[in-house]
Design a protein around this ligand. Structure first.
Ligand code: GDP
Length: 302
């Protein structure tokens, strides 16, 4: 139901239009497909993905000998679930070690909701009874450290920090040491999100990986790329840019509650070989949902 509430805008813009099309049209003909195509593209599903989807639908319609548009809705839902599930199915859980310190690194451009997502996840882990620590690895953006501290206080977890401008890899080193000494279960690490200097950012991330990996073999266990769903196709470009070079293992799509273009989830899932692990559905602590393609599609068409 959290999904349902958070997806209200997308449902209104996308699903209601599809439903209207289905009731208005008497036959599945060329005009029907054209209109469906337009609706999908306007929800940011992405042109390539829409073409694939329409082709698949055409095949199904022929194979099942469907004529009435009303019969198409379950087929469409089925296809969307398939597209969102990816090759490895619908298991989008975090891959963390069963025991010992788990390290999760967050990457992404400023303003996408990285800090908020870290706060929400810290809250979630705490509720599971885990001992959580945060690392203020964004030493570049003014206010980033304080902002993480605000979340730390809100959720009740400590933050390891250095001064603004400090070397993020040094922050990570200290955070890992502190986590080991304190018997922490999950260390959540913020990183800088500037994109102006791509090379530097990549070097900085690589240094962070090396430091963390040296201290804890196999870490970081997850690298989550945070993307702002309201930026639509821009989020997809960022996913491509970061995904190729930074060893991203999962995606978080924030602000789905604030956009009618929830179709971007489908586009990103289709074009990237990286699973969407979480979606953000609001600004509060509890507004983070593990991504489940069936629940997502059901919430859309419910
Ligand atoms: P950062 O710069 O990437 O760390 O971004 P922040 O975490 O500071 O988030 C930027 C803004 O987006 C803040 O005002 C957040 O409250 C807001 N925000 C983050 N996630 C969500 C979400 O899922 N839904 C909504 N509506 N707002 C969000």
């Amino acid at each position: 139901s959290k999904f349902k509430e958070g997806l209200t805008k997308t449902r209104t813009a996308f699903v209601e239009k599809v439903e209207d099309l289905i009731t208005r049209r008497k036959k599945i003909d060329e005009e029907f497909y054209e209109e469906l195509e337009e609706i999908l593209i306007s929800s940011d599903v992405g042109v390539n993905t829409v073409m694939t989807l329409i082709d698949d639908l055409r095949k199904e319609v022929r194979a099942r000998k469907l004529e009435d548009p009303a019969d198409l809705q379950p087929v469409l839902s089925e296809k969307l679930v398939e597209m969102l599930s990816g090759d490895e199915g619908n298991d989008n859980s975090l891959r963390l070690p069963d025991s010992g310190l788990a390290v999760v690194l967050f990457v992404g451009v400023n303003g996408v909701g990285k800090t908020t997502t870290i706060g929400k996840l810290a809250h979630r882990f705490k509720q599971e009874g885990k001992n959580v620590l945060l690392a203020a690895g964004d030493t570049f953006r003014a206010g980033a450290i304080e902002q993480l501290e605000v979340w730390g206080e809100r959720v009740g977890v400590d933050v390891i920090k250095h001064q603004a401008g400090a070397d993020p890899a040094a922050v990570m080193f200290d955070a890992v040491q502190a986590a080991k000494t304190r018997g922490v279960d999950v260390l959540l690490c913020d990183t800088a999100g500037r994109l102006q200097n791509k090379v530097n950012l990549m070097e900085e991330l690589n240094k962070i990986y090396r430091v963390i990996g040296r201290e804890i073999p196999g870490a970081p266990h997850e690298v989550l790329l945070v993307l702002d769903a309201t930026t639509g196709q821009n989020a997809l470009s960022q996913a491509k840019l970061f995904g190729e070079k930074t060893g991203v293992t999962g995606l978080v799509l924030t602000k789905l509650d604030g956009t009618a273009k929830g179709g971007i989830v489908i586009a990103i899932r289709q074009e990237m070989d990286i699973p969407v692990k979480f979606v953000g559905l609001g600004e509060k602590m509890d507004d983070l949902q593990e991504f489940d393609s069936e629940q997502f599609v059901h919430a859309l068409f419910a």
